[in-house]
Ligand binder design. Structure first.
Ligand SMILES: C[S@@+](CC[C@H](N)C(=O)[O-])C[C@H]1O[C@@H](n2cnc3c(N)ncnc32)[C@H](O)[C@@H]1O
Length: 288
C-alpha cells in the first residue's frame, strides 16, 4: 500500500526539499544522467529533470509507490523521468548514471541503508561522479534540557505512584532509569542548552564506506548534561548540508535525544545494520 501519511510528511518538509533542490542545482550538470535511488513519490526525480536534459531514472522497490510516482510524473508531463520498479542496487537502469541522489536517510541517518545502498551502487557503476548526499555523520551533543527532565520525572512518577494490587516498583526504579536511558526519544528540543562540545560518533563517505556498523563509548565525566542530543549532518553538496541538529531548521526527522540516568557517566552508542537499529547502553553505577 502507498504510505500516504509518511510521504505527506516528507512532501511537507520544505527544509528538506529546498536543501535537495539547491544541492542538485549545484551538482547536476546539464546532460547528466541521474539516478534517484528510492524515489517514493518521485519528487526528487521531478526536480532533477528540470536541471538536466539527460534521462532521470527513478527507482522504487515498493510496487504501489512506484505506480503512484509513475502516474503522477506522467500526468505532470515529466516524460524524461523513467520509473523503474525494483531494488536500486540491482534494477536494470540501462546506461550508468553520472549522479546518484538518494534520500534514504533514517531518523538518525543510516537506518534506511543509505550506506550499503550507495556503496553497492559505486561497486556497480565505478564512474558515478557524485552522490547526493556525499557524506553522512552522526553526532552526540551533551545538553541540559527541561524536556528531558520532564520526561524523566513523568516516567519515574508513573512507577512511584501508588499502584493497585499492592504493587510497588521501588526496588526496580534504577532499572527503569537505565532502560529509559537506552531509548531514543524523538521530539522537539526547544529549550536545550549545550553542556559540552558535540562528538562525532561515526562518519560515512557515501559510495565508499561499505558498512554502517559502529560502536562508540562516550564519557560525560562531571558534565551537568541530563541528556545527549543525537543528530545527523548530511552534506548534500559543497554548499548545502542537511542537519537534524536542534538549532537547524526543523525537519520531519525531528530532534532525537537520550536521557542520562542519574549518576551514569559513560554511554556506549552503537548501530547494527542487520537490525537497522541504534542501541544506547549507559554504565550502571555500583548502587543500581
Ligand atoms: C525516505 S523515502 C524518500 C522518498 C523520496 N525520494 C523523497 O525524497 O520524498 C525513501 C523511499 O525509498 C524507497 N527505497 C528504499 N531503499 C530502496 C532501494 N534499495 N531500492 C529502491 N527503493 C528503495 C522506499 O520504499 C521509500 O519509498
Amino acid at each position: 500500500m502507498f504510505e500516504a501519511h509518511q510521504h505527506a510528511r516528507m512532501l511537507a518538509d520544505a527544509t528538506r526539499l529546498t536543501a535537495f533542490h539547491d544541492a542538485m542545482a549545484e551538482v547536476i550538470a546539464d546532460g547528466d544522467r541521474v539516478l534517484d535511488a528510492g524515489t517514493g513519490t518521485g519528487i526528487l526525480a521531478a526536480m532533477a529533470s528540470q536541471l538536466t536534459a539527460g534521462t532521470v531514472v527513478a527507482v522504487e522497490y515498493l510496487q504501489d509507490t512506484a505506480s503512484f510516482a509513475q502516474q503522477a510524473l506522467r500526468d505532470s508531463r515529466l516524460d524524461r523521468v523513467e520509473v523503474v520498479r525494483g531494488n536500486a542496487v540491482q534494477a536494470d537502469i540501462g546506461t550508468p548514471p553520472d549522479v546518484v541522489v538518494s534520500e534514504t536517510i533514517g531518523s538518525l541517518g543510516p537506518e534506511e541503508n543509505i550506506v550499503g545502498l550507495t556503496h553497492a551502487l559505486r561497486q556497480r557503476y565505478p564512474d558515478i561522479r557524485a552522490f547526493i548526499p556525499s557524506r553522512l555523520r552522526v553526532l552526540a551533543e551533551p545538553v541540559v534540557s527541561a524536556e528531558a527532565s520532564a520526561l524523566h520525572a513523568s516516567v519515574i512518577g508513573a512507577f512511584t505512584r501508588e499502584q493497585p494490587g499492592g504493587m510497588s516498583f521501588a526496588t526496580v526504579l534504577p532499572q527503569v532509569e537505565h532502560a529509559l536511558g537506552g531509548q531514543i526519544i524523538t521530539a522537539r528540543l526547544t529549550d536545550a542548552t549545550s553542556a559540552g562540545p558535540a562528538v562525532p560518533l561515526v562518519e560515512y563517505d557515501l559510495g565508499t564506506t561499505p558498512d554502517a556498523d559502529f560502536s562508540r563509548t562516550l564519557s560525560l565525566g562531571d558534565s551537568t548534561a541530563n541528556a545527549l542530543h543525537l543528530y545527523f549532518e548530511a552534506p548534500l553538496s559543497p554548499a548545502v548540508t542537511l542537519s537534524s541538529h536542534r538549532t537547524a531548521a526543523f525537519t520531519h526527522w525531528g530532534h532525537s535525544y537520550i536521557v542520562r540516568p542519574p549518576h551514569a557517566s559513560t554511554v556506549t552508542i552503537g548501530y547494527r545494520n542487520a537490525d537497522r537499529r541504534f542501541t544506547c547502553h549507559w554504565d550502571r553505577p555500583a548502587d543500581a
